[in-house]
Ligand binder design. Structure first.
Ligand SMILES: Cc1cc2nc3c(=O)[nH]c(=O)nc-3n(C[C@H](O)[C@H](O)[C@H](O)COP(=O)(O)OP(=O)(O)OC[C@H]3O[C@@H](n4cnc5c(N)ncnc54)[C@H](O)[C@@H]3O)c2cc1C
Length: 464
């Protein structure tokens, strides 16, 4: 069966990979000249990589880890010590750590929380622990019910002091969805906490050993091609054409190289585009169907990814850091954490700037100036006094509409991978799967989409 897929992000590529594995012929059309969507990266004039986002892989990503194994590239994940490291705003340049000992879950998580006395008091830990009991006992059903409340509301409803939010969860909320706890759905935080507390290595983090398009997306493309599929760059989906039954008749595909369009026919069609772009391409006769109508409520959140190359080493920490700064979310010294970006003498900081709503329209220089002020608090010894670290160069990558903004009420808006249109399917991190807007979510949605297409094929062959 020929399957046309629009979008070569992780969801589209994974969907194509599993379709090819099942003996179908996926043909992927990507609008841009680069693979990966939100994991896309480019080389600058010196050959240094810069990325759409600083990306962390977690132990709690079973489908992603299985994909790495199937592609025989597990050695490309660089696992770090099982810890979470937070900057201490009241003592600039210092850190507070949650270190997970080698114990089964949830004891390793409980031990990590209990042994950290810098950030939370004992009574705060106890009140938070009691608040989490329903999530641990009732699991996902409870977590889904909590989508009615923001994380700040959830904490207040459980009598957990606001200080807990300030100390730990502003940082986690910004890391998970680039917004603050007053806005984020409590389902997002509870999903992450449940995974981290229920799986021994759930919160263990890894960095890819190089840029995602080459180190992760290329091997998926090689698999697709060697199993009969195809992937084309610079080929945007322009229009979804319908037949007289309002099923898909064809995809109208643009060709940026030759400035023309072609009509492409297949047995099944998939949108693996971000939700904001797909919404613009929904054909009029479909607009009132509930599944597509609900998409109006899903909207990408702005985020900015910053790269700063310095003339010296600023840190020796080989890990992700939670900045706990007002402007920044997480950051890492990629010259240490990522093999391909290694520089023994000089740092390259990659920093996520969030929430970015008030900054996305500002100039790169304004964003860098604001970030430099934050760095004075994160690395005071390098940015005060006479011999200060010098910024050699920078790159700012803005994504005005990134992953869907996970505010309360979004869960029931997220579509399934199959749709009421019998030859049309959806994949993407925003479609319904339990890992929310993440690389794991994208991979799982691609796998679920391939399996829905497979089911539809079997149904068709039984009825014909
Ligand atoms: C700054 C940042 C940091 C992040 N950090 C993490 C992290 O640490 N860990 C984690 O798990 N996740 C992280 N994420 C989220 C993760 O990157 C996404 O959830 C995931 O990559 C989404 O994949 P996707 O395939 O669903 O969508 P996308 O990656 O958006 O792919 C959609 C593709 O469709 C293409 N497209 C658009 N229009 C068309 C068209 N008309 N025709 C054809 N193709 C089209 C796009 O170019 C793109 O390639 C981060 C995201 C950002 C932005």
């Amino acid at each position: 069966m020929r399957v046309a897929i629009a979008g070569a992000g992780l969801a589209g590529l994974t969907c194509a990979k599993y379709l090819a594995q099942a003996g179908h012929k996926p043909i992927v059309f990507e609008a841009r000249d680069v693979l990966g969507g939100k994991v896309a990266a480019w080389k600058d004039e010196d050959g240094d990589w810069y990325e759409t986002g600083l990306h962390i892989f977690f132990g709690a990503y079973p489908n992603m880890l299985q994909l790495f194994q199937e592609l025989k590239i597990e050695d490309r994940l660089q696992w770090k010590s099982h810890s979470m490291i937070f900057n201490q705003p009241n003592e600039p340049g210092t850190y507070s750590r949650f270190d997970f000992p080698d114990l089964p879950a949830p004891f390793n998580g409980v031990a990590a929380i209990l042994s950290n006395n810098d950030m939370l008091t004992w009574s705060e830990k106890v009140s938070f622990g009691i608040g989490l009991i329903p999530a641990m006992l009732r699991g996902q059903e409870y977590v889904e019910e909590c989508d009615k409340q923001s994380w700040s509301e959830w904490l207040r409803n459980h009598n957990i002091p606001e200080r807990v939010n300030k100390e730990v969860f502003i940082a986690m909320s910004k890391a998970l969805n680039f917004i603050n706890p007053d806005e984020i759905s409590s389902t997002v935080l509870l999903t992450a906490l449940n995974r981290f507390l229920q799986e021994k290595n759930g919160s263990k983090m890894a960095f890819l050993d190089g840029a995602p398009p080459e180190r992760l997306c290329e091997p998926i493309v090689e698999y697709i091609r060697s199993n009969g599929g195809e992937v084309f760059l610079n080929r945007p989906l322009k229009e979804i054409k319908l037949d007289e039954m309002n099923n898909v008749k064809s995809f109208i595909i643009g060709d940026k190289d030759e400035n023309k369009t072609e009509e492409f026919f297949a047995d099944a069609y998939v949108s693996a585009m971000p939700v904001d772009i797909f919404k613009r391409l929904i054909p009029s006769p479909w607009k009132e169907l509930e599944i597509f109508e609900k998409l109006k409520g899903l909207k990408g959140v702005p985020v900015i990814n910053i790269h700063m190359w310095f003339d010296r080493k600023l840190t020796d920490i080989d890990h992700l850091l939670f900045s706990r700064s007002d402007l920044l979310s997480v950051y890492a010294d990629m010259s240490i954490t990522c093999k391909e970006y290694e520089d023994k003498d000089r740092s390259m900081l990659e920093l996520v700037f969030a929430p970015a709503k008030d900054w996305i329209g500002k100039s790169d220089q304004e964003i860098i100036n604001a970030t430099m002020t934050e760095l004075e608090k994160l690395f005071p010894s390098h940015f005060t006094g006479t011999d200060q670290a010098k910024l050699r160069k920078f790159k700012v990558v803005k994504t005005p509409l990134s992953v869907y903004k996970a505010v309360p009420g979004c869960q029931e808006l997220r579509p399934s991978q199959s749709t009421p249109i019998k030859n049309f399917f959806l994949t993407g991190d925003y479609t319904m799967q339990r890992y929310l807007a993440s690389m794991e979510g994208a991979v799982l949605s691609g796998k679920l989409c391939a399996s829905e297409i497979e089911k539809a094929t079997q149904l068709r062959s039984r009825t014909s």
